[in-house]
Design a protein around this ligand. Structure first.
Ligand SMILES: Cc1cc2nc3c(=O)[nH]c(=O)nc-3n(C[C@H](O)[C@H](O)[C@H](O)COP(=O)(O)OP(=O)(O)OC[C@H]3O[C@@H](n4cnc5c(N)ncnc54)[C@H](O)[C@@H]3O)c2cc1C
Length: 381
């Protein structure tokens, strides 16, 4: 496995970094942490699709770059370093388009994939419900056949991109012990959406989705009927690698801010970087970030080669998101009192990092999955 950047990847990342620093960072800072309206989000994301956000791993047939998923992780890390609020909708669109590309009919692909990758449309994916979190097999949202239509009733929660979404991949119970994915086009079939205020990441959308007698044609079934659980696990593989990079982007920013601050801040007659306990924090952050990145690259490499990678994806997700929590806490400590003020970015990073271990399976769930893969014994129930 060689994860050195190719010349092409290096060029993309350097150009992207310059663009993010010059254009997106000041614009995002001016906007602040409030909700980013759809048009603005779309404008920002579309300015980034030329650098590969959403498009890097997808084939040219769909307007993509025909590169690979590692390139997308690299691009995603850079955008996350500047603004997770902007990076997250891009990651959902990129993986959502992949799910339709892998499972969809020719008509479904034609209708959505290129538009989602170009961020003309936004996609959401809904598994979680008020009573259904870590135990994804317990989904209650029900789709009942009525002639050649599904009638869907239920409530989904924590849905990323919910307020922006044009199309929703809804995980539904379609029969006894049967879970399926159904595509709901918001313009054609409608669903109600309410945003959820959070401790951070309020720029992007996390929402409740209410489905009340929503009727969609049976032809909107995504993938084989009854294959919803199996396909959800496939979605998790892509999502968990990106979640790891969410953590890494935030941790790397916290590290850079800490290096700068510790070089400049003088206490006890010298720069605090010269105090050994601060030096230890910097060294630990840098080493953990590199280790986390290698774990996530390995997992993504296996996923894109079609190898079984559930254990590796869980390791990457657990480690990448948890080191973000410790790295950002250390960054706040390195900044002393300044670290808890709005003037210094580490305050925001620490709040964003705390959220990272939760979506797409908590750290506890990742550990149970890793252990089950190693021992063959299920510790879930
Ligand atoms: C910002 C954000 C974005 C999200 N985006 C989406 C999205 O787009 N689509 C979507 O469908 N969902 C999304 N989610 C939901 C997310 O996947 C769930 O929050 C997550 O799976 C945990 O479920 P829960 O919140 O119901 O917690 P619960 O499952 O209730 O868990 C609560 C606690 O109990 C622990 N726990 C649960 N079961 C066990 C067990 N067997 N052993 C040990 N500990 C256990 C958990 O680790 C956790 O610490 C998002 C969540 C957030 C915060």
């Amino acid at each position: 496995m060689n994860f050195q950047r190719t010349e092409e990847q290096q060029m993309i990342i350097e150009n992207l970094r310059k663009f993010l620093d010059a254009e997106i960072e000041p614009a995002f800072r001016e906007h602040g942490e409030g909700f980013i309206p759809r048009e603005k989000m779309q404008r920002w994301l579309q300015s980034l699709t030329d650098f590969g956000i959403c498009k890097a791993p997808h084939s040219e047939e769909w307007g993509g770059f025909g590169m690979d998923w590692l390139t997308h992780l690299m691009v995603f890390e850079e955008v996350a370093y500047t603004s997770l609020d902007i990076a997250i909708p891009g990651f959902i669109n990129c993986t959502g388009a992949e799910i339709i590309r892998q499972l969809g009919t020719a008509e479904q692909k034609e209708k959505y994939v290129a538009d989602i990758l170009a961020c003309n449309k936004f996609i959401s994916m809904g598994i979680s419900e008020p009573d259904v979190g870590s135990d994804v097999a317990a989904v209650k949202t029900r789709a009942v056949l009525d002639g050649d239509e599904w009638v869907i009733n239920g409530e989904k929660t924590w849905i990323t991109n919910g307020e922006y979404s044009d199309v929703f991949i809804c995980t539904c119970r379609t029969g006894e012990g049967e879970i399926s994915h159904i595509l709901i086009d918001r313009e054609e079939h409608g669903y109600d959406v309410v945003g959820i205020p959070k401790m951070a990441l309020n720029g992007q959308s996390t929402a409740q989705v209410f489905l009340s007698d929503v009727r969609v044609p049976v032809s909107n079934t995504l993938g084989e009927r009854g294959s919803g659980l199996k396909n959800t696990l496939k979605i998790f593989e892509y999502a968990r690698c990106h979640m790891a990079i969410w953590g890494i982007g935030v941790a790397r920013r916290a590290l850079d801010e800490s290096i700068k601050y510790s070089q400049e801040r003088l206490q006890h007659g010298k720069a605090i970087a010269g105090h050994q306990l601060i030096a230890e924090k910097i060294a630990t952050m840098a080493t953990q970030i590199d280790a986390a990145r290698l774990l996530s690259y390995r997992a993504m490499d296996m996923v894109q080669k079609g190898e079984r990678a559930d254990k590796e994806c869980s390791m990457a997700k657990w480690y990448g998101t948890e080191i973000a929590v410790t790295a950002t806490r250390d960054a706040v400590e390195i900044h002393g009192g300044n670290g808890v003020t709005k003037e210094f970015v580490v305050e925001r990073l620490a709040r964003e990092a705390i959220i990272a271990p939760i979506p797409d399976g908590t750290t506890e769930i990742q550990k149970l999955l890793i252990s089950r893969a190693l021992t063959g014994i299920n510790a879930f129930r």
